[in-house]
Design a protein around this ligand. Structure first.
Ligand code: GLN
Length: 533
């Protein structure tokens, strides 16, 4: 089989132009044309992974099946492609340096001065090529985080320059994404920032093959010709990426702009006939023509930055489309919720989701929200910490275990209904040491969860240190909160529900990580259905 071909996606002018969405959209189109594609994200920061970052810094931490804590862009890749990613799909500068320094200590470079070039760049290139060769992909799309010109991304840009040279022009291309701002005072779109940005790439030795221009207004043929002329690219390799109402429309826009065809031509790969993308179009049709409208409350403590709950927000969009329902997610700061104002804050919500999280800030507000949902028979989905809060609430108010808590928050509680997992007790390092990635969950036959999944064995992704304390298992069951999902190997409780309630489910795992456009997660789909009824 032929070697994989490589497409690099860089960004210029500003950050947040949507390199992740462009990469995912291109991958989607190439996949629809029959190519096997994967996407990789290179992050220039020095953390080994984003697991130790506060969500306010970098948005949600996305978790892969193999338990890697990764950049949220990997979530977009999975949602678009419906193909799982892994640790190898996200690389940080921290991880590169860690590997090189370990090799140095082992003596692998004995006698040599270890330097950015070639040692760091070699390690970057090794990891880029590894994704392509390991799973025999036709095309690897590698997105480089940050903006061209950043000090931190220099070794990555240099690695791309070397790879272009080593692999040859038909095996390796660069797409550069820039901003074409609109100046309303002069009613003009401006290309100068793009020209400058391409100049900085050229200074680093890279001539991009394709330019994607992010813009608020449609770009004229004249502008495309001007950019092509100044930046040494072909006119049809200047692609417009105009603002659209949903990210899920971007693949169709890129198809119109022939981004996929241009890429295939540059890589000397055959262009088959245009893919119908029927499932995708059907999804968009449902998304844009809702028959219902509901408000759902998302109770969390990082609500000022919606990116902190990216996968949950996208799961709502996907499950909303299935149910032909427009969902307005109301982000509610859990710190603000009190017994006095909870009714005012939550009464218009058709459903309540209590979000994952860590630490004590805002915890009582989450517990109050779970109580409100339980007492008012409002559909409730508690995810990870959200489930733990529902368990604490039930213990306190139904089982009368006064002061019941999680030992994450109160180590001295008399009723530690949520407690540290046994294997976590000796763990001191914070990075990459939680219960991470996929674990099995066996579901009881007569439960709501069983009805929803339609099977008794599922696999779901995790990211937590604390768990339901099995010492209280029978008590909960007796009082009407049933642990309906359990891990068959460790006996850890994975799901609880209250059969007397209309729809009340808490899950220790994260269904939001595995919800995709083609396969929206059944828990979300059914939760929304219950909210509509
Ligand atoms: N803080 C809780 C734990 O570690 C929940 C984690 C989460 O919500 N992802 O178990």
């Amino acid at each position: 089989m032929a070697e994989a071909k490589y497409v690099f996606v860089t960004g210029g002018v500003t950050s947040s132009l949507g390199k992740g969405i462009i990469s995912a959209s291109l991958a989607k189109l190439l996949q629809a044309r029959g190519y096997s594609v994967t996407i990789q994200k290179l992050d220039p920061y020095i953390n080994v992974d984003p697991g130790t970052l506060n969500p306010y810094e970098h948005g949600e931490c996305y978790v892969t099946i193999d338990g890697a804590e990764t950049d949220l862009d990997l979530g977009h890749y999975e949602r678009f492609l419906n193909v799982p990613t892994s640790q190898a799909n996200n690389i940080t500068t921290g991880r590169i340096y860690q590997t090189v320094i370990e090799k140095e200590r082992r003596g692998d470079y004995l006698g040599k001065t270890v330097q950015v070039i070639p040692h760091i760049t070699d390690e970057i290139k090794r990891r880029i090529k590894l994704v392509g060769s390991r799973n025999k992909f036709d095309i690897v799309i590698t997105e480089i985080g940050g903006t061209v010109g950043d000090i931190e991304s220099l070794p990555y840009i240099e690695s791309v320059r070397q790879l272009k040279w080593e692999l040859g022009s038909q095996n390796c291309i660069v797409i550069h994404l820039t901003l074409v701002p609109y100046l309303s005072a002069s009613a003009e779109l401006k290309t100068k920032p793009t020209q400058h940005s391409v100049k900085s790439l050229l200074e680093a030795g890279i001539q991009p093959e394709i330019l994607v221009l992010r813009t608020e207004k449609n770009i004229t043929g004249d502008i495309k010709r001007k950019v092509a002329l100044f930046c040494n690219v072909e006119v049809d390799a200047v692609i417009e990426s105009v603002d659209v109402s949903t990210i899920y429309e971007v693949p169709l826009k890129m198809l119109e702009e022939k981004l996929d065809q241009t890429v295939l031509r540059k890589l000397a790969l055959p262009v088959s006939k245009e893919p119908p993308l029927s499932e995708w179009r059907e999804f968009l049709k449902r998304l844009k023509n809702p028959k219902h409208f509901i408000r759902v409350g998302l109770v969390g403590k990082y609500v000022e930055l919606p990116d902190a709950y990216k996968s949950i927000a996208e799961s709502f969009i996907q499950s909303g489309a299935v149910n032909e329902c427009e969902i307005k997610v109301e982000y509610i700061q859990s710190e603000d919720i009190t017994n006095e104002n909870v009714n005012e804050l939550l009464r218009d919500m058709k459903g309540i989701l209590v979000a994952p999280g860590f630490g004590s800030r805002g915890i009582e507000g989450k517990i109050i929200s779970a109580k409100y949902a339980r007492e008012n028979n409002i559909p409730f989905l508690g995810i990870c910490l959200g489930m733990q809060c529902a368990v604490i609430e039930f213990a306190r108010n139904v089982m009368h275990l006064n002061g019941a808590h999680s030992t994450e928050i109160n180590q001295k509680t008399r009723f530690p209904v949520i407690d540290l997992m046994e294997e976590q007790k000796s763990v001191t390092d914070k990075g990459g040491t939680m219960r991470l990635g996929s674990y099995k969950c066996t579901i009881s036959k007569n439960s709501l969860a069983y009805k929803i999944y339609g099977k008794s064995e599922v696999i779901e992704r995790h990211r937590h240190r604390y768990e339901f304390n099995n010492r209280f298992y029978d008590d909960f069951k007796k009082n009407g909160m049933i642990p309906v999902g359990v891990n068959p190997d460790s006996n850890l409780v994975e799901m609880v529900e209250i059969p007397a309630h209309k729809w009340f489910i808490g899950v220790q795992f994260h269904p939001e990580y595995s919800s995709t456009v083609i396969n929206p997660h059944p828990l979300f789909v059914n939760f929304i259905k219950a909210c509509i009824n």
